[in-house]
Design a protein around this ligand. Structure first.
Ligand SMILES: NC(=O)C1=CN([C@@H]2O[C@H](COP(=O)(O)OP(=O)(O)OC[C@H]3O[C@@H](n4cnc5c(N)ncnc54)[C@H](OP(=O)(O)O)[C@@H]3O)[C@@H](O)[C@H]2O)C=CC1
Ligand SMILES: CC(=O)N[C@@H](CCC(=O)OP(=O)(O)O)C(=O)O
Length: 308
Protein backbone atom coordinates (compact mmCIF):
# COMPACT_ATOMS: atom_id res chain seq x y z
CA UNK A 1 0.00 0.00 0.00
CA UNK A 2 1.29 3.47 -0.88
CA UNK A 3 0.47 6.27 1.54
CA UNK A 4 -0.06 9.73 0.06
CA UNK A 5 1.93 12.33 2.01
CA UNK A 6 1.68 16.11 1.71
CA UNK A 7 4.39 18.22 3.35
CA UNK A 8 2.93 21.71 3.84
CA UNK A 9 5.96 24.02 4.01
CA UNK A 10 8.03 21.63 1.89
CA UNK A 11 10.36 24.44 0.75
CA UNK A 12 11.50 25.21 4.32
CA UNK A 13 14.39 23.81 6.34
CA UNK A 14 12.45 21.04 8.11
CA UNK A 15 10.27 20.21 5.11
CA UNK A 16 13.23 19.74 2.77
CA UNK A 17 14.91 17.34 5.19
CA UNK A 18 11.73 15.28 5.52
CA UNK A 19 11.38 15.06 1.74
CA UNK A 20 15.01 13.88 1.58
CA UNK A 21 14.33 11.09 4.09
CA UNK A 22 11.16 10.01 2.27
CA UNK A 23 12.69 10.22 -1.21
CA UNK A 24 12.94 6.86 -2.91
CA UNK A 25 10.72 5.07 -0.39
CA UNK A 26 8.09 3.02 -2.16
CA UNK A 27 5.69 3.06 0.84
CA UNK A 28 5.00 6.76 0.26
CA UNK A 29 4.06 9.00 -2.65
CA UNK A 30 4.52 12.73 -2.15
CA UNK A 31 1.84 15.24 -3.14
CA UNK A 32 3.75 18.36 -4.20
CA UNK A 33 2.80 21.93 -5.09
CA UNK A 34 4.95 23.94 -7.48
CA UNK A 35 6.63 27.18 -6.37
CA UNK A 36 3.79 29.37 -7.66
CA UNK A 37 1.10 27.46 -5.72
CA UNK A 38 2.79 26.40 -2.49
CA UNK A 39 1.18 29.25 -0.50
CA UNK A 40 -2.09 29.28 -2.42
CA UNK A 41 -4.88 28.49 0.04
CA UNK A 42 -7.09 26.60 -2.44
CA UNK A 43 -4.20 24.46 -3.70
CA UNK A 44 -3.09 23.70 -0.14
CA UNK A 45 -6.65 22.82 0.94
CA UNK A 46 -6.93 20.37 -1.94
CA UNK A 47 -3.59 18.73 -1.12
CA UNK A 48 -4.34 18.64 2.62
CA UNK A 49 -7.60 16.78 1.97
CA UNK A 50 -6.17 14.42 -0.64
CA UNK A 51 -3.39 13.15 1.62
CA UNK A 52 -3.41 10.16 3.97
CA UNK A 53 -0.73 11.92 6.02
CA UNK A 54 0.02 15.62 6.23
CA UNK A 55 3.26 16.92 7.75
CA UNK A 56 3.10 20.59 8.71
CA UNK A 57 6.47 22.38 8.51
CA UNK A 58 5.07 25.86 8.91
CA UNK A 59 5.08 28.78 11.33
CA UNK A 60 2.54 28.28 14.15
CA UNK A 61 -0.29 30.41 12.70
CA UNK A 62 -0.03 28.77 9.29
CA UNK A 63 -0.05 25.35 10.98
CA UNK A 64 -3.28 26.20 12.82
CA UNK A 65 -4.80 27.43 9.54
CA UNK A 66 -3.77 24.22 7.77
CA UNK A 67 -5.45 22.04 10.41
CA UNK A 68 -8.63 24.10 10.06
CA UNK A 69 -8.58 23.49 6.28
CA UNK A 70 -8.83 19.71 6.73
CA UNK A 71 -12.47 18.88 6.16
CA UNK A 72 -12.42 15.08 6.31
CA UNK A 73 -11.98 12.41 8.98
CA UNK A 74 -9.28 10.36 7.33
CA UNK A 75 -6.29 12.71 6.87
CA UNK A 76 -3.82 12.22 9.72
CA UNK A 77 -1.54 15.08 10.76
CA UNK A 78 1.97 15.46 12.13
CA UNK A 79 2.63 19.09 13.09
CA UNK A 80 6.29 20.13 13.43
CA UNK A 81 5.38 23.55 14.81
CA UNK A 82 4.76 24.64 18.41
CA UNK A 83 1.04 25.22 17.78
CA UNK A 84 -0.37 22.00 19.27
CA UNK A 85 2.23 20.67 21.74
CA UNK A 86 0.08 21.07 24.82
CA UNK A 87 -3.27 21.22 22.99
CA UNK A 88 -6.09 18.83 23.99
CA UNK A 89 -6.74 16.05 21.49
CA UNK A 90 -3.13 15.98 20.23
CA UNK A 91 -0.67 13.18 20.98
CA UNK A 92 2.85 14.32 21.85
CA UNK A 93 5.11 12.77 19.21
CA UNK A 94 7.92 11.54 21.42
CA UNK A 95 6.99 7.84 21.15
CA UNK A 96 9.66 6.71 23.62
CA UNK A 97 7.87 8.72 26.34
CA UNK A 98 4.25 8.94 25.07
CA UNK A 99 4.16 5.27 24.02
CA UNK A 100 4.46 3.82 20.52
CA UNK A 101 0.91 2.42 20.56
CA UNK A 102 -0.56 5.84 21.34
CA UNK A 103 1.32 7.42 18.42
CA UNK A 104 0.42 4.52 16.11
CA UNK A 105 -3.31 5.13 16.67
CA UNK A 106 -3.28 8.92 16.66
CA UNK A 107 -4.99 11.17 14.11
CA UNK A 108 -3.18 14.29 15.34
CA UNK A 109 0.45 14.17 16.43
CA UNK A 110 2.43 17.18 17.59
CA UNK A 111 6.14 16.76 16.94
CA UNK A 112 8.17 17.94 19.97
CA UNK A 113 10.39 21.01 19.99
CA UNK A 114 14.05 20.24 19.43
CA UNK A 115 15.23 21.45 22.86
CA UNK A 116 12.20 19.87 24.55
CA UNK A 117 13.09 16.50 23.05
CA UNK A 118 16.44 16.52 24.89
CA UNK A 119 15.01 17.86 28.16
CA UNK A 120 12.00 15.54 28.29
CA UNK A 121 13.99 12.47 27.23
CA UNK A 122 16.34 13.09 30.18
CA UNK A 123 13.93 14.21 32.87
CA UNK A 124 10.54 12.54 32.26
CA UNK A 125 11.62 8.90 32.89
CA UNK A 126 13.48 9.87 36.08
CA UNK A 127 10.48 11.73 37.48
CA UNK A 128 8.19 8.83 36.54
CA UNK A 129 10.46 6.39 38.38
CA UNK A 130 10.53 8.64 41.45
CA UNK A 131 14.31 9.17 41.14
CA UNK A 132 14.03 12.96 40.80
CA UNK A 133 11.48 15.24 42.49
CA UNK A 134 8.64 16.70 40.40
CA UNK A 135 8.56 19.87 42.51
CA UNK A 136 12.17 20.99 41.88
CA UNK A 137 12.85 24.24 39.94
CA UNK A 138 14.83 22.58 37.11
CA UNK A 139 17.30 24.59 35.04
CA UNK A 140 18.12 23.77 31.45
CA UNK A 141 20.96 25.19 29.34
CA UNK A 142 21.20 24.38 25.66
CA UNK A 143 23.05 25.24 22.47
CA UNK A 144 21.68 24.74 18.98
CA UNK A 145 23.04 24.93 15.47
CA UNK A 146 21.60 27.93 13.62
CA UNK A 147 19.36 25.85 11.30
CA UNK A 148 17.14 25.52 14.39
CA UNK A 149 15.84 29.00 13.61
CA UNK A 150 14.78 28.09 10.05
CA UNK A 151 15.52 30.03 6.88
CA UNK A 152 15.73 33.44 8.55
CA UNK A 153 18.38 32.45 11.13
CA UNK A 154 20.36 30.45 8.55
CA UNK A 155 20.52 33.54 6.36
CA UNK A 156 21.58 35.70 9.29
CA UNK A 157 24.36 33.39 10.54
CA UNK A 158 25.67 32.79 7.03
CA UNK A 159 25.73 36.54 6.29
CA UNK A 160 27.44 37.48 9.57
CA UNK A 161 30.33 35.09 10.22
CA UNK A 162 31.36 37.15 13.22
CA UNK A 163 28.63 35.82 15.53
CA UNK A 164 30.34 33.31 17.83
CA UNK A 165 27.48 32.78 20.31
CA UNK A 166 23.92 34.10 20.48
CA UNK A 167 22.04 33.92 23.78
CA UNK A 168 18.31 34.54 23.45
CA UNK A 169 14.94 34.03 25.12
CA UNK A 170 16.37 36.49 27.65
CA UNK A 171 12.95 37.33 29.07
CA UNK A 172 12.63 33.63 29.98
CA UNK A 173 9.49 32.98 27.97
CA UNK A 174 10.80 30.48 25.40
CA UNK A 175 8.02 28.68 23.53
CA UNK A 176 9.29 25.21 24.55
CA UNK A 177 8.85 25.76 28.29
CA UNK A 178 5.13 24.77 28.46
CA UNK A 179 5.71 21.39 26.78
CA UNK A 180 8.81 20.73 28.93
CA UNK A 181 6.79 21.33 32.09
CA UNK A 182 3.65 19.50 30.97
CA UNK A 183 5.34 16.41 29.50
CA UNK A 184 7.58 15.90 32.55
CA UNK A 185 4.77 16.58 35.04
CA UNK A 186 6.72 19.36 36.78
CA UNK A 187 4.99 21.59 39.29
CA UNK A 188 7.25 24.54 38.38
CA UNK A 189 8.21 25.82 34.94
CA UNK A 190 11.87 25.01 34.19
CA UNK A 191 14.24 27.94 33.80
CA UNK A 192 15.44 27.57 30.20
CA UNK A 193 18.46 29.34 28.72
CA UNK A 194 19.06 28.50 25.03
CA UNK A 195 21.83 29.78 22.78
CA UNK A 196 22.87 29.42 19.15
CA UNK A 197 26.41 28.71 17.92
CA UNK A 198 27.88 29.04 14.41
CA UNK A 199 27.36 25.42 13.37
CA UNK A 200 24.64 24.61 10.85
CA UNK A 201 23.14 21.74 12.85
CA UNK A 202 23.57 19.92 16.14
CA UNK A 203 22.44 20.47 19.70
CA UNK A 204 23.34 19.87 23.34
CA UNK A 205 20.74 20.16 26.09
CA UNK A 206 21.96 20.10 29.68
CA UNK A 207 20.18 19.84 33.04
CA UNK A 208 22.52 20.53 36.00
CA UNK A 209 21.45 18.77 39.21
CA UNK A 210 22.67 19.81 42.68
CA UNK A 211 21.65 16.34 43.94
CA UNK A 212 22.73 16.87 47.55
CA UNK A 213 20.20 19.70 47.86
CA UNK A 214 17.35 17.87 46.09
CA UNK A 215 15.13 15.95 48.47
CA UNK A 216 14.28 12.52 47.10
CA UNK A 217 16.91 12.56 44.32
CA UNK A 218 18.73 9.30 43.62
CA UNK A 219 22.49 8.86 43.23
CA UNK A 220 24.04 9.46 39.76
CA UNK A 221 24.62 5.77 39.01
CA UNK A 222 20.93 5.04 39.64
CA UNK A 223 19.97 7.88 37.29
CA UNK A 224 22.23 6.40 34.59
CA UNK A 225 20.90 2.86 35.17
CA UNK A 226 17.28 4.04 35.02
CA UNK A 227 17.78 5.93 31.74
CA UNK A 228 19.68 2.98 30.24
CA UNK A 229 16.85 0.62 31.22
CA UNK A 230 14.12 2.98 30.02
CA UNK A 231 15.64 3.26 26.51
CA UNK A 232 17.07 -0.28 26.33
CA UNK A 233 14.73 -1.32 23.51
CA UNK A 234 14.92 1.93 21.54
CA UNK A 235 16.77 1.96 18.22
CA UNK A 236 16.85 5.78 18.28
CA UNK A 237 17.54 6.87 21.88
CA UNK A 238 20.24 5.45 24.14
CA UNK A 239 23.16 6.16 26.43
CA UNK A 240 26.14 7.88 24.82
CA UNK A 241 29.68 6.69 25.38
CA UNK A 242 31.35 8.95 27.93
CA UNK A 243 34.27 10.74 26.28
CA UNK A 244 37.77 9.58 27.38
CA UNK A 245 39.24 13.06 27.10
CA UNK A 246 36.70 14.76 29.38
CA UNK A 247 35.00 16.92 26.77
CA UNK A 248 31.95 16.83 24.52
CA UNK A 249 32.27 18.59 21.19
CA UNK A 250 29.73 19.94 18.76
CA UNK A 251 31.60 20.06 15.45
CA UNK A 252 30.46 22.53 12.79
CA UNK A 253 31.23 19.90 10.14
CA UNK A 254 29.20 17.07 11.74
CA UNK A 255 26.92 15.11 9.44
CA UNK A 256 23.22 14.92 10.30
CA UNK A 257 21.94 12.17 12.56
CA UNK A 258 18.53 11.05 13.78
CA UNK A 259 19.88 9.61 17.05
CA UNK A 260 19.52 10.97 20.55
CA UNK A 261 22.35 10.16 22.97
CA UNK A 262 22.06 10.70 26.70
CA UNK A 263 24.81 11.17 29.29
CA UNK A 264 24.99 11.42 33.08
CA UNK A 265 28.16 13.08 34.41
CA UNK A 266 28.76 13.34 38.15
CA UNK A 267 31.16 14.65 40.76
CA UNK A 268 33.25 11.96 42.51
CA UNK A 269 31.17 12.22 45.71
CA UNK A 270 27.88 12.04 43.81
CA UNK A 271 26.60 15.33 45.23
CA UNK A 272 26.26 16.95 41.79
CA UNK A 273 25.36 15.67 38.33
CA UNK A 274 24.89 16.99 34.80
CA UNK A 275 22.31 15.29 32.59
CA UNK A 276 23.21 15.91 28.94
CA UNK A 277 21.39 15.12 25.69
CA UNK A 278 23.12 15.23 22.30
CA UNK A 279 20.97 15.39 19.18
CA UNK A 280 20.63 17.04 15.80
CA UNK A 281 18.01 19.80 15.82
CA UNK A 282 17.06 18.74 12.28
CA UNK A 283 17.21 15.03 13.16
CA UNK A 284 15.47 13.73 16.29
CA UNK A 285 14.80 17.43 16.98
CA UNK A 286 12.57 17.88 13.92
CA UNK A 287 12.64 16.04 10.57
CA UNK A 288 13.94 12.68 11.80
CA UNK A 289 11.27 12.69 14.52
CA UNK A 290 8.54 13.46 11.94
CA UNK A 291 9.64 10.52 9.81
CA UNK A 292 9.87 8.23 12.87
CA UNK A 293 6.31 9.22 13.84
CA UNK A 294 5.09 8.78 10.25
CA UNK A 295 6.63 5.29 10.15
CA UNK A 296 4.91 4.34 13.41
CA UNK A 297 1.53 5.79 12.30
CA UNK A 298 1.76 3.96 8.97
CA UNK A 299 2.56 0.66 10.71
CA UNK A 300 6.11 0.47 9.30
CA UNK A 301 9.48 -0.07 10.97
CA UNK A 302 10.06 3.03 13.09
CA UNK A 303 13.62 3.45 11.80
CA UNK A 304 12.92 3.18 8.04
CA UNK A 305 14.63 6.06 6.24
CA UNK A 306 16.36 7.33 9.39
CA UNK A 307 20.10 8.06 9.71
CA UNK A 308 21.15 6.19 12.84
N1 LIG B 1 14.53 24.14 12.07
C1 LIG B 1 14.44 23.32 13.13
O1 LIG B 1 15.45 22.78 13.62
C2 LIG B 1 13.12 23.04 13.76
C3 LIG B 1 11.94 23.60 13.29
N2 LIG B 1 10.75 23.28 13.88
C4 LIG B 1 9.48 23.90 13.48
O2 LIG B 1 9.10 23.48 12.18
C5 LIG B 1 8.37 24.51 11.53
C6 LIG B 1 9.09 24.87 10.24
O3 LIG B 1 10.37 25.39 10.60
P1 LIG B 1 11.57 25.58 9.59
O4 LIG B 1 11.48 24.56 8.52
O5 LIG B 1 12.79 25.66 10.41
O6 LIG B 1 11.21 27.04 9.04
P2 LIG B 1 11.55 27.69 7.63
O7 LIG B 1 11.38 29.14 7.83
O8 LIG B 1 12.86 27.19 7.14
O9 LIG B 1 10.40 27.11 6.68
C7 LIG B 1 9.04 27.41 6.83
C8 LIG B 1 8.39 27.26 5.46
O10 LIG B 1 6.99 27.52 5.58
C9 LIG B 1 6.62 28.34 4.47
N3 LIG B 1 5.38 29.04 4.79
C10 LIG B 1 5.20 30.09 5.66
N4 LIG B 1 3.91 30.45 5.68
C11 LIG B 1 3.25 29.61 4.82
C12 LIG B 1 1.89 29.49 4.40
N5 LIG B 1 0.93 30.29 4.88
N6 LIG B 1 1.58 28.53 3.50
C13 LIG B 1 2.52 27.70 3.00
N7 LIG B 1 3.83 27.79 3.35
C14 LIG B 1 4.19 28.73 4.25
C15 LIG B 1 7.81 29.25 4.28
O11 LIG B 1 7.76 29.86 3.01
P3 LIG B 1 8.97 30.79 2.46
O12 LIG B 1 9.98 29.81 1.94
O13 LIG B 1 8.33 31.57 1.38
O14 LIG B 1 9.45 31.59 3.62
C16 LIG B 1 8.97 28.26 4.45
O15 LIG B 1 9.26 27.59 3.24
C17 LIG B 1 8.32 25.70 12.50
O16 LIG B 1 7.12 25.70 13.21
C18 LIG B 1 9.52 25.42 13.39
O17 LIG B 1 9.39 26.09 14.60
C19 LIG B 1 10.71 22.35 14.89
C20 LIG B 1 11.83 21.77 15.38
C21 LIG B 1 13.15 22.14 14.91
C1 LIG C 1 17.84 28.05 17.26
C2 LIG C 1 16.36 28.40 17.31
O1 LIG C 1 15.96 29.52 17.05
N1 LIG C 1 15.54 27.41 17.63
C3 LIG C 1 14.13 27.59 17.70
C4 LIG C 1 13.46 26.33 18.11
C5 LIG C 1 13.44 25.30 17.06
C6 LIG C 1 12.29 24.36 17.29
O2 LIG C 1 12.31 23.36 17.95
O3 LIG C 1 11.19 24.86 16.79
P1 LIG C 1 9.69 24.76 17.18
O4 LIG C 1 9.51 24.70 18.61
O5 LIG C 1 9.08 25.98 16.62
O6 LIG C 1 9.17 23.59 16.51
C7 LIG C 1 13.75 28.64 18.74
O7 LIG C 1 14.38 28.71 19.78
O8 LIG C 1 12.71 29.29 18.53
Amino acid sequence: MTHRVFIDGAAGTTGLEIAERLGGRSEFSLITLDEGRRKDAAARAEALNAADFVILCLPDDAAREAVAMIANDSTRVIDASTAHRVAPGWVYGLPEVSGHAVVAEAKRVSNPGCYSTGFIALVAPLIREGLLPADWPYICHAVSGYSGGGKALIERFEADRDIAWRGYALSLGHKHVPEMQARCGLSLAPLFSPAVVPAHRGMFVEVPLPLAAMQGAAAPQRLWDALAAFYAESPVVGMGTAPDDGELLLRASSAGSDRLDLFVFASPDGSQARLVARLDNLGKGASGACVQNLNIMAGLSETAGLRL
